[in-house]
Design a protein around this ligand. Structure first.
Ligand code: DX5
Ligand code: ZN
Length: 220
């Protein structure tokens, strides 16, 4: 049991064999399943939505960590709950009324996360900390898997960890984009505890990759 969670992103999976990929990650000890929903408006690409989630939900016990890269996600909160979400993370930049949106997530009985794009300052969270369970620090510009990690995220994670400690908040720090077995040590050192990895989990041997991430957590 660890405070560190591994959240494989299915965006990097082969969708022809999605079920097998998820099963393998789950059996290997993945904690969350990171589900990237893209609307082609907030980000350039379109990924998948609730029908795909519902199919996975029937077969998987993993915690569904849903990352909504969509404009005004408040419109879809019930839909994603119904499709099996456990955690819903919205982008600060995509919500006209962020407080109403995260309150709506919690009213559905789910955990609420807020994500920040690389250029968005932590200060934008100042009045929302009491109303959220997780902050997702983007370490790439959202929209695609397989990009390289932006080092600015490390400073941001460390600064957020300090705020959380200072204010004695019970908030997870998730990091997403370009995470691999080489940079994960610096990332957890900086203070992140929920680690998203797409390419680094689903490229190559899934079981070995998951085990290697868990080993890095254990070493810490
Ligand atoms: C990017 C997505 C990420 C992405 C991570 O917009 O939010 O979750 O799938 O993939 P990797 O780990 O390959 O960068
Ligand atoms: Zn994501």
């Amino acid at each position: 049991i660890s405070m560190y969670k591994l959240a494989p992103s299915i965006l990097a999976a082969d969708f022809w064999r999605l079920g097998e990929y998820i099963k393998e990650a789950e059996e290997a000890g993945a904690d969350y399943l990171h589900i990237d929903v893209m609307d082609g408006a907030f980000v350039p690409s379109i990924s998948f939505g609730t029908p795909v989630m519902k199919s996975i939900r029937k077969e998987s016990k993993l915690i569904f960590d849903v990352h909504l890269m969509v404009e005004e996600p408040i419109r879809y909160l019930e839909d994603f709950k119904e499709a099996g979400a456990d955690i819903i993370t919205v982008h600060e930049e995509a919500c006209r009324h962020l407080h109403r949106t995260v309150s709506g997530i919690r009213e559905l009985g789910l955990k609420a996360g807020v994500s920040l794009n690389p250029a968005t300052p932590l200060a934008n969270l100042e009045y929302i900390y009491q109303d959220i369970d997780m902050v997702l620090i983007m370490s790439v510009n959202p929209g695609f898997g397989g990009q390289s990690f932006l080092p600015l995220a490390l400073d941001k994670i460390a600064a957020l960890r300090e705020i959380i400690q200072q204010k004695q908040l019970d908030i997870d720090i998730e990091v997403d984009g370009g995470v691999n077995l080489t940079n994960v040590k610096d990332i957890i050192e900086a203070g992140a505890n929920v680690i998203v990895a797409g390419t680094a989990v689903f490229n190559g041997n899934i079981k070995e990759n998951v085990a290697a991430f868990k080993y890095a957590f254990w070493q810490r």
